[in-house]
Design a protein around this ligand. Structure first.
Ligand code: T5A
Length: 223
């Protein structure tokens, strides 16, 4: 039995964590077992690597090294959290995944596409997301939200990049969504929270039939 794998992508402060958690709550109330996780991180080894990357100490080593560090974290996360959950029939919702590497390190960091694809092959294997929500907001809106949520804490490695960097990120995410329209669903993240959440939930119901599937499983096991 295999569960389902959904990822959330987008720029800083676009609402990924908020809507990943809301979707997880919706699925749980439909009686589905959900693992809500994030990248970088999501497993003990990957959380250590998260700390190294987001502190900014690896920045002087260059984007290629950062891509390799994100891949090392992903490998640990897939092997210890994502794959076991999917094999147990659970739904996995992940806040950022491969598209973040493609955009931040690949497009903005100019890391060779061959290296990015090679790292994906090694780390992701058959754990490919079926559905990805790309929350789209202008960079200034996302950065302002991230700043107000952060309070007095310092901006992390990528949050401290320029507004231009974040606008280029948005363009790169949109281009990615244009290339994979079936998997990547672009959602306007400027809309009020409940409207965004409703759009996401409707898409999940239409594409992956959560309630129905759960009922079918119960019927098949005679529960
Ligand atoms: N990275 C990551 C790479 O470079 N390569 C990789 O391969 C990977 C995996 C991760 C960093 O690492 C980089 C990208 C990132 O820079 P992080 O701390 O996980 O860093 O940061 P983010 O993923 O960017 O998370 P943020 O917390 O900044 O943004 P979210 O999750 O998009 O936003 P969220 O949900 O926390 O919302 C921010 C605020 O906005 C409000 C929320 O309440 C919150 O206060 N909000 C809304 N307000 C109004 N209307 C709405 N619709 C709202 N939705 C949310």
């Amino acid at each position: 039995m295999r569960g389902h794998f959904i990822t959330f992508e987008g720029g800083e402060g676009s609402g990924k964590s908020t809507h990943a958690a809301t979707l997880a709550a919706h699925l749980k109330s439909a009686g589905i077992e959900v693992v809500l996780t994030r990248e970088p991180g999501g497993s003990p080894g990957a959380e250590i690597i998260r700390h190294i990357i987001l502190s900014g100490i690896a920045k002087p080593l260059g984007s290629e090294t950062e891509a390799i560090l994100f891949a090392a974290a992903r490998d640990d996360h897939v092997n210890n959290t994502i794959r076991p959950a999917l094999e147990a029939g659970k739904w996995v919702i992940c806040d950022r995944f491969i598209d973040s590497t493609r955009v931040y390190q690949g497009v903005l960091g100019n890391v060779d596409g061959k290296l990015i694809r090679g790292l994906e092959r090694v780390t992701v294997g058959d754990c490919w997301p079926e559905l990805t929500f790309m929350l789209d907001v202008p960079a200034a809106v996302g950065l302002a939200r991230a700043k107000s949520r952060r309070g007095k804490a310092a901006a992390d490695r990528f949050e401290s990049e320029s507004v231009e960097f974040h606008e280029q990120l948005r363009t790169a995410y949109r281009a990615l969504a244009d290339r994979e329209p079936k998997r990547i669903i672009v959602v306007d993240g400027r809309a009020p929270r409940d409207i965004v959440a409703e759009r996401i939930w409707n898409t999940v119901q239409m594409r992956l039939h959560p309630g129905l599937e759960h009922l079918e499983a119960e019927t098949a096991t005679g529960e």
